[in-house]
Design a protein around this ligand. Sequence first.
Ligand code: OSB
Ligand code: MG
Length: 368
Amino acid sequence: MRIERIELHHISMRLKNSFITSFGEELDRECLLVRVYSEGLDGWGECVASREPGFSYETVETAWHVLRDFFIPAILNRPVSHPRELKQHLQAYKGHPLARAGLELALWDLRGKLDGKCLRALLGGEKHSVAVGVSVGIQENPEAMIEKVGEYLHNGYGRIKIKIKPGADLDVVRAVRDSYPDINLQVDANAAYALSDAPLFKDLDSLGLSMIEQPFAEDDLIDHAELQAQINTPICLDESIRNHRHAGQAIAIKACEVINIKSGRVGGLTEAIAIHDRCVGERVPVWCGGMLETGIGRAANLALASLPGFTLPGDISASDRYYDPDIAEPRFTLNSDSTIDVPDKPGLGVDVIQEELERVTLKVEVLT
Ligand code: OSB
Ligand code: MG
């Protein structure tokens, strides 16, 4: 496929509930959409960089700059027969995985549409529905968290993840566990602690959590290994794992027992699959993380989570947990067994709703 035209769309979407993590609060989620054109068809990708460098050093503005000035010129009006080739086209450039992944996803959607194949089939996914859970942001107090968790349980989510940060950790997790003794519960610290907080994690260790996600900074692999040696609860790494080599190294030094795979964080679906394959080889379970995606990124997460190594429920909730309306259709709904169906139409299998897109668009640029 020769890429004839690429559009960048900077959008801002109001979340149904503001999402609070150890790195900040998000009510209006900004991101970038990438649209590529070839042979009379188009493909959409979502770049999950947000307004602030909170989860990642990238922002919507850095992604816009790097895509417009470097990544897009490297492929525009050139033949790129498969999204896996993007890596070679961008080999002169370092970093900016969120920007890379947004562009790569648009190429996957287009490839699927050109071939008449759904993304699940292109990626080698097997499952037609995938187990999912919900990620609950930090609430004002333990009572509010108990209520919020109760709502999601009532909606049918079979796995709950709660965000923690210093000052909102042990009390909250204990309160939720006391209220719901049997639920599948896990926590995510988004890198807010250090090894000196080991006593806190030893207390959390007795609460029957299925995992503790990213307690320490992304480059603290060795400290994660020290903590894992002191607790029974599996540590899951998110921010620390930026490619399949990191995954191999983290597993080798026992810094984690579970990995959260996000295509954005690792530069795209090609690298996400490489991490998946490595973890399958090492018998380390993985699950698909989320970045509050619109229906575009959500469709990609569902396709990725259909690969066989994704044996744990993903942070891929139904569309109505995030946005109403969303910019793409059909919306994703939760099945009664806490699963969501994987799209099976060509490419991502979703259509962008033009009026909704225009309503949330802050800026557009066309590159030819
Ligand atoms: O750490 O998993 C995370 C959202 C934004 C940034 C980082 C994270 C998250 C989530 C939300 O936990 C998961 C979702 O999309 O529902
Ligand atoms: Mg996380």
